[in-house]
Design a protein around this ligand. Structure first.
Ligand SMILES: NC(=O)c1ccc[n+]([C@@H]2O[C@H](COP(=O)([O-])OP(=O)(O)OC[C@H]3O[C@@H](n4cnc5c(N)ncnc54)[C@H](O)[C@@H]3O)[C@@H](O)[C@H]2O)c1
Length: 371
């Protein structure tokens, strides 16, 4: 902390660290340290975005020794998230980490334990999509404008757009399961799952029926590892009538499409982000429809909301108060665990060609097995 402002260190100074750095600027927190195994990248980010006197590091453990850092932003490839998150918690820092988090559900125990032992918490970026249209839809849900929700459908289809291949080719790791942990399900899917579950108050998913695809003739150069899924579709059940369908594709040969639809007992809510915004549809009397297409009430990014909330680290009166502020804005470690568990059920269901329940999965097995 410096002058009552939250001090932040960033590990991983590639593409997304720019987005985090801009959000920090907007939120008025202090980026005091940048770390990358390629220290020239850390220096470039620090020159552009760092607070006066910001330090750079090639070794993460050295950055963690900076006592004045309150928060670590983890923006490295996914295979590093677990270890870097746990080490930051153990150094007494709050964490805001990119997703996916780890290879095994059992790995989450290390995070839960480090949170408990050190009185700090880790939050994850799937919450990014709780902002903007997500925030407006959450207001409608709180006002119970569509009544009890019984169906949620989410689609995110790209015609052809695999990170590491069609875009951002310098970051080949996106296509390599040993570094990325998984493909579209963890890269984009977790954003949409987080938003759907956040809007429906995180119901327990009891079983999943899924198909996972990796099927096109990829014809990539021999030195490119491509062993992640490009498409998955699944039905997720809860104990009650509420069911979710999710479909995420990096290759579908379909025009770009991204939508979430919630059907309730009194109305429906739809958002087609980057297409036509939010639509609230309610019935005044049978078959007489009221359709509203409001502008977003807040255009602030999800990351900026988080970094503003992290100011609470500097000013809140108690850990409980801090955690409460942060939990509404960021995906908690328990919520991240729940989403990874749903995805493990989905991968298991696809492999075994049957519906899979919570008790069918092994926490020590790979969440995202090879295809
Ligand atoms: N690129 C995007 O559009 C985007 C969007 C949202 C989220 N993300 C997520 O952000 C994370 C990073 O993605 P990116 O696109 O910035 O990747 P990137 O390849 O651009 O950057 C990763 C950086 O991490 C550094 N790094 C690797 N090992 C390290 C280590 N041990 N210690 C310190 N630094 C290390 C690399 O040198 C590189 O600069 C991923 O989890 C990704 O899913 C990316």
């Amino acid at each position: 902390m410096r002058d009552g402002r939250a001090a932040i260190g960033i590990v991983g100074c590639g593409k997304i660290s720019q987005t985090h750095s801009r959000a920090m600027q907007e939120a008025g927190v202090l980026p005091l340290a940048y770390c990358d195994i390629d220290e020239s990248l850390a220096k470039a980010r620090a020159d552009e975005f760092g607070a006066p006197g910001a330090k750079t590091f090639a070794r993460y453990e050295e950055m963690l020794e900076m006592e004045e850092l309150d928060v670590i932003a983890v923006t490295t490839p996914p295979f590093l998230h677990l270890d870097q998150t746990v080490r930051a918690l153990e150094a007494g820092k709050y964490v805001y980490s990119e997703k996916p988090v780890c290879f095994h559900l059992a790995d989450f125990q290390r995070i839960f334990e480090a949170e408990r032992a050190n009185g700090r918490r880790a939050f994850f970026t799937p919450s990014r999509f709780r902002a903007k249209d997500g925030r407006l839809m959450r207001e409608y849900m709180d006002e119970r404008r569509i009544g009890d929700v019984y169906r949620v459908d989410v689609k995110h289809l790209r015609g052809r757009g695999r990170p590491g291949i069609e875009f951002q080719p310098a970051s080949r790791w996106f296509a390599d399961r040993s570094k990325a942990t998984t493909g579209i399900s963890g890269d984009m899917g977790m954003y949409f799952m987080d938003r759907a579950f956040y809007l429906t108050d995180w119901p327990e998913v009891t079983s999943v029926s899924a198909q996972v695809y990796k099927q096109f003739p990829h014809d990539l150069p021999a030195d490119v590892v491509y062993d992640v899924e490009e498409h998955m579709v699944f039905l997720a059940r809860t104990d009650g009538p509420l069911t979710f369908t999710f479909e995420f594709a990096n290759i579908s040969h379909h025009a770009y499409h991204s939508s979430i639809v919630l059907l309730g007992m009194k109305g429906s809510l739809k958002s087609t982000i980057k297409m036509d915004g939010v639509e609230l549809r309610t019935e005044r009397r049978p078959n007489e429809w009221v359709v509203e297409r409001p502008a977003f009430s807040d255009d602030t990014s999800g990351d900026t909301h988080i970094y503003r909330a992290l100011q609470a680290v500097a000013t809140a009166r108690s850990d409980g108060e801090r955690d409460e502020i942060l939990s509404t804005l960021g995906t908690t470690s328990r919520q991240a665990y729940s989403m990874h568990r749903v995805l493990q059920m989905a991968f298991t269901s696809s492999r075994e060609r049957r519906e899979v329940g919570v008790s069918d999965i092994d926490e020590a097995a790979e969440i995202f097995p090879g295809l």
